[in-house]
Design a protein around this ligand. Structure first.
Ligand code: KIV
Length: 284
């Protein structure tokens, strides 16, 4: 079978124009990427939600450039025919433009991603522009931006009043003007997300932002019920419950080892009896 061609930034724009919804899923390693590619996602996001769902931190803030590069590489190996976007982690695009460019370049050269994602609006537009001018595609991310969780003060719906809403529309337009090829809208009211999606010529990718975005993104572990500490979120639909399956599979393994039921003869290898004589020796 011929490998499918990865989407491109211009294909994503065309999908918006044609009204074709864009399916984005996060992945963090070889198997999650391979399964997502096989299932036909358009874009894989190596999100810094890695910090929460894979590394066990309580936020995305401790995630480092080295973490993102390492996980991005394994995702690209698992999904060579998918457009992979990798997050720039906390405070790696807020210093000098030179440092921003070097970090974004690492995501592409060492992490092998095709694009980077950055959180923020007008305040990061110079960083977005520097990257896009240098040939590095950028996906923006506004609304609830987890890297600013301590400033925001919790996971709150964004854009509920007119001032917040105006700021978010301005943020989205600033990102588009700076050259971003798409914008994630996280935890934004559905009316505001619909308005922003109409105003922009680039696709919006929603998470907790209603049905009128040009695409949707979910975190792999949330969507598949993978992990034991995942509190159900209203905007997530769980399409599987693999955490329960994994836990019960491991429990059965432990029970069978303790009960000497595993390994059974079919899992073991025997040499010819005569060859084994030297092992049995005089005990035989
Ligand atoms: O880090 C992440 O997984 C994200 C998505 C939730 C959009 O930014």
């Amino acid at each position: 079978m011929q490998a499918k061609k990865p989407v491109t930034t211009s294909k994503l724009k065309k999908m918006k124009q044609d009204g074709t919804p864009i399916a984005v899923m996060t992945a963090y390693d070889y198997p999650s990427a391979m399964l997502s590619e096989e299932a036909g996602v358009d874009v894989i996001l190596v999100g810094d939600s890695l910090g929460n769902v894979v590394l066990g931190y309580d936020s995305t803030i401790p995630v480092t450039m080295d973490d993102m590069v390492y996980h991005s590489r394994s995702v690209v190996r698992g999904a060579p025919s998918t457009f992979v976007v990798t997050d720039l982690p906390f405070m790696t695009y807020h210093g000098s433009l030179d440092l921003t460019l070097r970090n974004a370049a690492r995501i592409m050269q060492e992490g092998l991603a095709k694009a980077v994602k950055m959180e923020g609006g007008r305040e990061i537009s110079a960083a977005v522009e520097a990257c896009t001018q240098a040939g590095i595609p950028v996906m923006g991310h506004i609304g609830l931006t987890p890297q600013s969780i301590h400033q925001i003060g919790g996971f709150k719906i964004q854009g509920k009043n007119s001032e917040q809403a105006r700021k978010l529309v301005d943020a989205a337009k600033a990102l588009e003007q700076a050259g971003a090829f798409a914008v994630v809208l996280e935890l934004v009211t559905e009316q505001l997300a619909a308005h922003i999606s109409e105003e922009l010529s680039i696709p919006t990718i929603g998470i907790g932002a209603g049905a009128h975005c040009d695409g949707q993104v979910l975190v792999f572990h949330d969507a598949l019920g993978y992990g034991s500490q995942i509190a159900p979120k209203r905007f997530v639909k769980a399409y599987a419950d693999i955490g329960t399956q994994v836990r019960s599979g491991i429990k059965q393994y432990v029970d069978e080892v303790k009960g000497r039921a595993f390994p059974a003869p079919e899992h073991s290898f025997r040499m010819e009896e005569e060859m084994a004589d030297f092992l049995y020796g005089s005990k035989k």
